[in-house]
Ligand binder design. Structure first.
Ligand code: IFM
Length: 540
């Protein structure tokens, strides 16, 4: 076996080299579905947490109500409607600001026991920092939400920064392009620990800093909408790296504040949530350079944020390819960043093939830095998975990828405690009646398949996965896709009073939680599974 492949396999396979990086998706997926549809919550460890997620900007609405100031997303969507597929904006979203009780009860009805939501910085600190005054009405809103969750037996999981920055800080110093944001973010974080930390025991500092840095400063689909390759020299050779650096520092200083002033008394945990696809080589022959490119892809997506937290510095491959444009941590900063997590949040949606690109010709400096390209089809024309829906063809469905990436995180980053903080399936309900929109079989299969492989990651790879959150509880303002793309377990009828209706996937979840297995059931299930595996082998 060539070095490229064995190095990559050592990291990517689950144990020794017995699990091949290149799977047989068709038969694997079929097996997943057979067994997954029979799973119940009892197949998971007793202390495993099941929840669903949302984010303030995507659900709350009330964008200029209750003392809230405008966020970067409010101004982006309102001033540049062409940036949002259907021209919509977050000003009303699904009106959760007024309907949070209804939504917590919807979550409870499914049998879920945890609600992941985010706190809007511009709602609690409209001037961005403490000396401009805290907004008691905004603080009351989150107190009421948290209290209502707890009195319904739902554990609150709060994220501090889910893509949303007060516009006033963008105007004043360019938001996360400036290191000034670190101090202001820590003030916001500390206010949240102080006000809510007696009841919130799981804090997420940042959600998907990778998406924040690249979508906002390379691709221009998130605020501030910068597209690096339209500048001379291309700004995406510097901006995403500066923004990422300040995000990591903001996280680390907030964690430090939590640990020094709150954690011992409040007894909570804090971590950062990252996102990545699962990656495989475009050409998997043993001497292919694509093996190394796969590892580089993981470095540029996951390692960019996780490696500093584990080692205090960026991945060596990023240093090699980005050079001096990659900021450096001072010794003091590195010490603070290293170890700044109690758990890792991880979001998984899809997978890609990665092709080495030694001589990139792209105008985008960021794309050139990667020295790889990605695709959903490999060198033999094999597709890595079916698309979720044509309108969101960037999500191809690869359930086994979640087991692979969880095992990869365990192996590469020292066996962290992990929560799958997001996993979900997009669909497009345009031109569908409500009844048609509720028949979300693809999402149902998606969730079943991914749960099946999360369980395998726990059972076979011994990954310390502690929870799984469906994205999302209900249809939301899906960022640049507006209301065109839906992820909800509950369908929201935007034409009729924002009424919420449970989809087929929601009903399945209710059964998943309510089924109680007797010992006889368990034994029969074990026998059936054994037969399924046998039949599956025969069918290969
Ligand atoms: O809606 C987003 C969420 O805000 C972050 N993770 C991906 C989701 C689906 O695109």
């Amino acid at each position: 076996m060539a070095d490229n492949q064995s190095n990559a396999l050592a990291l990517i396979s689950s144990d020794d080299n017995t699990v091949s990086l290149v799977q047989k998706p068709t038969s694997e997926t079929r097996l997943a579905r057979i067994s997954a549809s029979k799973m119940t919550s009892q197949d998971f460890p007793d202390d495993f947490v099941f929840g669903a997620g949302t984010a303030a900007l995507q659900v709350e609405g009330a964008y200029a109500e209750g003392g809230k100031s405008l966020s970067n997303w409010d101004t982006f969507a309102l001033q540049k409607p062409s940036k949002i597929s259907d021209g919509s904006n977050p000003s009303l979203a699904v009106d959760e600001y007024h309907r949070y009780k209804e939504d917590v009860l919807l979550l409870k009805k499914l049998g879920l026991s945890a609600f992941r939501f985010s706190i809007s910085w511009s709602r609690v600190l409209p001037g961005g920092r403490l000396n401009t005054g805290k907004n008691m009405e905004g603080i009351k809103y989150y107190n009421d939400l948290i209290d209502f969750c707890l009195c319904q037996g739902i554990e609150p999981y709060a994220t501090l920064l889910h893509f949303e920055v007060p516009q006033c800080l963008e105007d004043e110093y360019g938001g996360f392009l400036s290191e000034k944001i670190v101090k202001d973010f820590v003030e916001f974080a500390e206010l949240c620990f102080f006000e809510f930390g007696d009841r919130v025991k799981h804090w997420g500092s940042l959600n998907e800093p990778f998406a924040f840095a690249t979508n906002g400063y390379v691709y221009g689909v998130f605020p501030p909408g910068h597209t690096g390759d339209s500048q001379t020299p291309p700004s995406d050779g510097t901006e995403p790296y500066i923004v990422a650096h300040n995000l990591i520092l903001a996280h680390a200083y907030a964690v430090d504040t939590y640990r020094r002033n709150y954690q011992a008394v409040q007894g909570g945990k804090i971590g950062m949530t990252n996102v990545s696809s699962w990656y495989e080589p475009y050409d998997d022959h043993s001497d292919s350079e694509d093996w190394k490119a796969v590892l580089r892809a993981f470095d540029f997506v996951v390692g960019w944020f996780v490696e500093p937290l584990v080692t205090g510095d960026y991945p060596a491959s990023m240093r090699k390819y980005v050079g001096d444009r990659l900021p450096k941590f001072t010794e003091e900063q590195a010490n603070l960043v290293k170890g700044s997590y109690d758990f890792m949040g991880f979001n998984y949606y899809t997978a890609r093939y990665i092709k080495n690109d030694p001589n990139p010709t792209t105008k985008s400096q960021y794309a050139a830095d990667l020295h790889y390209t990605s695709s959903t089809t490999n060198s033999e024309g094999h597709s890595i998975g079916p698309v979720a829906t044509d309108a969101a063809d960037y999500v191809v469905i690869v359930p086994y990828g979640i087991q692979k990436i969880l095992a990869f995180l365990k192996k590469k980053y020292g066996d962290p405690l992990i929560y799958v903080t997001e996993n979900g399936c997009p669909d497009d309900v345009e031109k569908k009646s409500v009844t048609e929109a509720l028949a979300d079989d693809t999402r149902l299969n998606y969730i079943q398949g991914h749960l099946y492989y999360v369980k395998k990651a726990i059972d076979e790879d011994k990954v310390r996965v502690q929870g799984y959150f469906v994205w999302s509880l209900l249809d939301t303002f899906e960022l640049a896709s507006g209301h065109k793309i839906r992820y909800g377990l509950y369908h929201v009828d935007f034409e009729n009073g924002l009424n919420r209706y449970p989809r087929k996937s929601a009903i399945w979840l209710m059964n998943f939680f309510s089924q109680k297995l007797t010992t006889a059931d368990s034994k029969k299930r074990a026998r059936d599974d054994h037969e399924d595996v046998g039949n599956n082998k025969k069918n290969k």
